[in-house]
Design a protein around this ligand. Sequence first.
Ligand SMILES: [Zn+2]
Length: 433
Amino acid sequence: MILESFVKPSLLAQFSRAFALVFVITGCGYSLDSRLPDEVTRVESIEPALARERKLDFIKPVRVAVDTPEQAQKAIANQITRDHTDEELSIGGESGAMTGLYPPDIDLKLKTLQLMHDQVVAFYDPDAKQMVIVEGRNGSAAQRATTGAAMDELVIAHELTHALQDQHFGIQQMLERVKNNDDKTLALKCVAEGDATLAAFGLTAGGLRTAALESTLKRLAALSINPPAEQHDMPLAVVMPMLFEYSAGSRFVAEAWRHGGWKAVNQLYRHPPLSSQQIIHPELYFNRPTPPIEIELAGYNKLLEGWKKVDDDTYGELLLELLLRRNLPFDAPALSVVARWAGDRIITLQKGGQLTLLWVIAFHDEASAQQFAHSYSRILAHLGGSSNPHGVATRSAAVFVAIGPGVRDFSRLSEAVWKMTKIGAASVRQAAR
Ligand SMILES: [Zn+2]
């Protein structure tokens, strides 16, 4: 729940990030201007061309529905409510504010709805097995005249690729199988969005070619440097993972495509990347496979009696970077340690109305762990001061962080956690020897 809520598998799979491609590419709020019969015809005409480009056949045709923006918004809100209770969303927001990932008092549900409301122009619904197009409501007549048809084609091809992913790879089930690991979910979503983005480009460009691909990737990459949604008071950690799915996801999938065409892209669903780190550094997937280290955080029960575990998650390199960026100057040396992330596990405990967080972050070397611990102690001191008890300790190349009112005796707590926690195959104690 630490990751922005819309990155949750269920939600994400349901509304396959329709979040307009359009938005990604043009940065404008253009959306489809459509009437149902026209759209059905258009989708039907795009299907065979997309199947040829993507080299996958449609096992069955994809139904098309057209929603008003209000209907679409309602469907999204219902989905959020079905997948997450308000309590879960509020815990997700509060724990993210405690670590410094989100601004204080964030309303995660509201922010998610706002973002969706602004961006969704079409989506593929794997439950109903249909593509939903949101009726046009903005974009000037001039914009539509110049880019309308091409944009419609791009969006439809993108969503149809999600239908192919559903029919051939069971992408929704894949996402649902990932439990309590938003970083892993994000990596899988990057494959789905990157695939859909490239397939749609291939279709509209009359075939994917290296030169055109490079310029497209460059345009997508520019988004991560200058995220458009920031101007709408949208926290970076809410909007960036979504942009990341398109920009970094496309770059990652393009790497597979260069290696072996669409067949190699299909293989990504059989052996998906396991972390945002592998998406950011594709060589850690393709050349020197480096899966994240598994961490089993334990040993705290006796010292935190009455506290109940309400969430369990992994931040991963991307969120760790966003957290540091939110709290450090842009050129802070500590920012470089995120690339040395090796794995992490964060547990949210609840008692009464309060939360306590326990977090173990493993790095590939001790110096990075120490650098992170040093910077993060200062961030936490600044964030909560005395009203937010916390502690940070290192052992070997790992860092243990505890935040919240349950942290009364940090040294005892960290001793107990170091003793029982397993990092990779060996416990930390063994690793330290
Ligand atoms: Zn998509």
